[in-house]
Design a binder for this molecule. Structure first.
Ligand code: TMP
Ligand code: ZN
Length: 391
């Protein structure tokens, strides 16, 4: 039985995506025989409503020296962070305030706050090195291991905490929440954004499910976890990034019993009963079958666009190898010349894409669709989406 990481209740499984490799583990040919696999299954906790993976290789082993994701490589994300930093300066961060980022990556975000007291937390050496070269202060270890309780200097000292696409990666939720509770100033705010489970379900975006994302957030489950640490959701907004994200504004729990907007939102999102997830699990199976059928019906090899971590789930679940998708074009130098996890599709440099006249292209980075269709002259290709459809 799988116990909930938040409340230890027995969880219920609703989606089995089979044996999967580590999503970002792009490898060389000589590493094929020793490639690790794990069983990717998704569970719902009937007590606190947390949606989470079963056993999986922990993020900490994954976000190591070779972690190939640099925030600063996507134009769309850079723009997103610029807009977000303006909002924080206007509304949340006093001139003499302190801001901290959990999962500060290469410093793309904190770079906008060099004139404030700031600190980034990130355990991945390759990215913290880049952040430091930009003059950003980084604690190069997991935030949840920071000894906040013993460092009086930081008690109630942080006006703004930021985390974008990191909270879901950390198995020790209580460690994070405990430190935030200690370090957050009275009246301070933790702004946390991550892919929203409601959007994943509505868009059938099951490719968001892989070992790095241990949790899939709903307002209902977030409220319950925060409550265990006397924290609460003050407000939230829905964003288009990563195919549909939610940005929570979280503070110390206030005296009033309830927040009408949050109560209503929990009611409206409808993610607190198992049947919704069972239904989603069945829709994913149908979506995968349909996608593979469509590729095979073309009767000619196709190419892929963007060797995103999320392509790993689809390729392995649908059993699609290089005989069907002959190569994947990608802009990240660390991935080029390597092979996709599990199915071993060659990853090649994006610079050669324009010369490739293969008509059919699977857009694995569909969440950047608009940016890419503009760049690639949409009409010249037959773009195929790996996920989607009606749930
Ligand atoms: P993502 O994780 O931001 O969705 O994207 C992952 C990979 O996709 C990364 O290796 C970079 C690659 N990529 C491209 O090759 N071309 C593009 O236009 C975009 C947006 C991403
Ligand atoms: Zn639970």
């Amino acid at each position: 039985m799988m116990k909930c990481r938040v409340c230890e209740t027995d969880c219920k499984m609703f989606l089995d995506l089979g044996w999967q490799p580590i999503a970002n583990n792009f490898i060389a040919r000589d590493q094929f025989p020793s490639e690790p696999f794990y069983h990717l299954q998704v569970f719902f906790c009937p007590s606190c409503f947390t949606v989470q993976l079963g056993e999986c290789p922990e993020g900490r082993g994954v976000f190591n020296e070779n972690y190939p994701f640099f925030t600063g490589t996507s134009q769309g994300m850079i723009k997103h962070f610029v807009q977000f930093s303006e909002l924080i300066k206007e509304k949340y961060l006093p001139a003499n305030g302190t801001i901290m980022e959990i999962g500060s990556n290469d410093g793309t975000f904190l770079e906008h706050f060099k004139n404030w007291e700031h600190m980034g937390f990130d355990p991945s050496e390759s990215v913290t090195r880049v952040a430091r070269s930009k003059g950003i202060s980084v604690y190069p270890k997991p935030f949840e291991t920071f000894p906040a309780k013993d460092s009086k200097r930081w008690h109630g000292a942080t006006d703004v905490f930021i985390s974008a696409n990191t909270f879901a990666h950390i198995p020790d939720r209580h460690g994070v929440l405990r430190n935030i509770k200690i370090m957050l100033a009275q009246g301070g705010v933790w702004i946390n954004e991550e892919p929203y489970l409601r959007s994943i379900i509505d868009k059938l975006a099951y490719d968001q499910i892989y070992n790095e994302h241990i949790f899939y957030t709903s307002i209902a489950s977030m409220r319950n976890a925060l409550n265990m640490h006397h924290l609460e959701i003050i407000d939230f907004e829905i964003l288009p990034t990563h195919g549909g994200s939610i940005r929570y504004f979280i503070g110390h729990k206030r005296a009033e019993d309830s927040n009408g907007k949050i109560d209503q939102a929990v009611e409206h999102e409808g993610l607190n009963s198992f049947d919704v997830f069972q239904h989603f699990g069945q829709a994913v199976q149908r979506c995968a079958t349909e996608f593979k059928k469509n590729l095979l019906a073309l009767k000619r090899p196709v190419v892929g666009y963007g060797a995103a971590a999320k392509s790993t789930t689809v390729l392995n679940y649908c059993d699609i190898g290089p005989d069907i998708v002959s190569k994947i074009y990608d802009t990240t130098p660390e991935k080029q010349g390597k092979f996709s996890p599990g199915k071993h599709i060659p990853v090649v440099s994006y610079s050669q894409f324009a010369e490739d006249d293969t008509p059919d292209v699977v857009l694995f980075v569909w969440n950047h669709g608009r940016e890419i269709y503009d760049k690639e002259r949409y009409r010249t290709r037959n773009w195929l989406l790996p996920v989607g459809g009606a749930a």
